[in-house]
Design a binder for this molecule. Structure first.
Ligand code: ZN
Length: 502
């Protein structure tokens, strides 16, 4: 029996390792497609990605996997922590996928790929009617899938499980309800105050110099260039090719400094998480961040809590000024700090400031929840969207392209994804509070550019675990609580009241 057990564990691990290798190849093909691939490579690449994805899907749902899961279930209680979590993750994916009839899964894949290209056209021409029938089909099919999976309390819970396991509609309703009114209230007070002049951010900034500065900041954060690189792309992302190959991308706009500056720090935050997962998880399916929300908490922590802090620029503004002496000659540190933290309600989520960002997410969350529950109709979305924008942010989209059509997520079938962005912000504030308890003078470390102290704390408490702990376990072990919007509200007050002299 012991020999059998050892054989079982060994062959399970080998099987999982093989899936990781396929995943690695797919990540590299995907990274290249978005950075260096020539235009005419599209078709061949799509074919290669399709073949490898199909193979990976087969591995996850194979009879072999089924028999691993069955045998492991018999010994689950006596497994070591790593193997037990590997088993749980495989089982989750297996259950998720085998419950969908193969032809329906295939139909969804085809629908999503058509829908993404129709969405691009619809967005370009601001024509919601063009996209509407595709979105309708996606919503219908999501509801059908939820029927196969089953759910507790609310059908949307079945979708949240993909991105933020453990989080439910009841929790989100509660957290967002606590966040919304105080956010809107603070926003109204800010709107009545004097706005900083941020026009200097749109001067001409040589992209090559932006690149140099981005590299410098990544290095300061402790990003390991022997285990990654920085490349340029249209829509920045971080991707993990393999444990020693965690790549970051950014975008340099010649006439806008913020995008590359904070985009790089954001993706760098994702990368620090991935680069610091414990080596003994290599080859398992646990060598990655534990959820979208926890991942986003790290990118937001570095981008906003650290990267948009006064202390950070006390240390690094001199370096930025040296890089752009004439462009920033008339901009003081205080002026710069105020401008990069300007709060202005805007139409586009990805351009939103720290404070209004969560309002964009709440709006999307309510719409998704309504569509999935059958309380809202796809055909009414432009109207609903605009009414909510007016209600939450006080601005009215000038077109559907700048309104309901702005994000690719729904075209891609990614319902349940948006809340993770706000959860990331909320978690980041909670984690910062915990950091402050352990390292009360962490701000002084930022001022002196000693970011390693902070990074090491995150490695110890979060990064090293990868997916060995569930997102709920990570949050509990670091903060002693589940999601709680109190801390981010406190963070906003402490930041924006003095900044806007409210
Ligand atoms: Zn992110």
């Amino acid at each position: 029996m012991v020999a059998n057990r050892e054989e079982l564990l060994q062959s399970f691990r080998t099987y999982v390792k093989k899936m990781q290798d396929y995943q690695s190849a797919l990540a590299l093909l995907g990274w290249d497609a978005r950075t260096h691939m020539p235009k005419r490579g599209v078709e061949g690449r799509a074919s290669a990605i399709g073949t490898l994805s199909a193979e990976l899907f087969t591995q996850k749902t194979s009879d072999k996997m089924a028999s691993f899961l069955e045998e492991l279930s018999l010994v689950a209680d006596s497994l070591d922590q790593t193997t037990r979590r590997m088993y749980e993750e495989c089982k989750k994916q297996y259950d998720r996928q085998v419950l969908i009839p193969a032809d329906r899964y295939e139909a969804m894949t085809v629908l999503v790929s058509q829908s993404e290209s129709v969405w691009q056209e619809a967005r370009k021409t601001s024509n919601f009617t063009l996209f509407q029938p595709y979105l309708q089909k996606i919503v219908d099919m999501k509801r059908e899938f939820i029927g196969y999976w089953g759910y507790e309390d609310h059908p949307y819970n079945a979708l949240l499980a993909d991105f933020e396991p453990g989080v439910t509609v009841a929790m989100l309703d509660d957290v967002f309800a606590g966040l919304r009114a105080p956010t809107v209230n603070l926003l109204r007070r800010i709107e009545a105050a004097q706005q900083p002049d941020d026009t200097f951010l749109s001067r001409h900034y040589d992209p090559e110099k932006q690149r140099k500065f981005s590299l410098f900041i990544l290095k300061e954060m402790g990003y390991d260039f022997d285990a990654g690189c920085l490349d340029e792309t249209a829509h920045p992302f971080e991707t993990s090719i393999a444990p020693g190959d965690i790549r970051v991308t950014t975008h340099f706009f010649p006439n806008f400094l913020n995008a590359a500056l904070f985009g790089t720090i954001h993706e760098g935050g994702h990368a620090l998480y991935e680069q610091n997962i414990a080596a003994d998880l290599i080859g398992t399916n646990l060598h990655s961040g534990t959820s979208m929300g926890i991942h986003e908490s790290q990118s937001r922590f570095w981008e906003n809590v650290i990267g948009r802090s006064y202390e950070f620029w006390q240390r690094y503004y001199g370096d930025l000024k040296n890089m752009f002496p004439s462009e920033l000659s008339d901009v003081s540190l205080d002026h710069f700090y105020a401008a990069i933290n300007a709060v202005k309600p805007s139409l586009i989520r990805i351009e939103a400031d720290e404070l209004t960002y969560n309002l964009h997410i709440m709006l999307r969350y309510e719409i998704e929840k309504g569509l999935i529950a059958g309380d809202l109709q796809v055909k009414d979305l432009p109207e609903i969207w605009n009414a909510k924008m007016k209600d939450y942010l006080g601005v009215m989209p000038d077109s559907d392209a700048n309104g309901v059509l702005q994000d690719i997520h729904w075209a891609g079938g990614d319902f349940g994804y948006f809340p993770s962005y706000s959860l990331g912000n909320i978690y980041a504030a909670q984690i910062t509070r915990a950091l402050e308890k352990d390292i009360p003078n962490y701000r002084e470390h930022v001022t002196s550019g000693n970011l390693s102290e902070i990074r090491n704390w995150l490695v110890r408490h979060i990064y090293q675990y990868g997916s060995l702990l569930t997102p709920g376990e990570v949050l509990q072990s670091v903060t002693g609580e589940s999601a709680n919007s109190e801390y981010i509200l406190d963070y906003f007050e402490k930041k924006f009241v003095p900044l806007y002299k409210l």
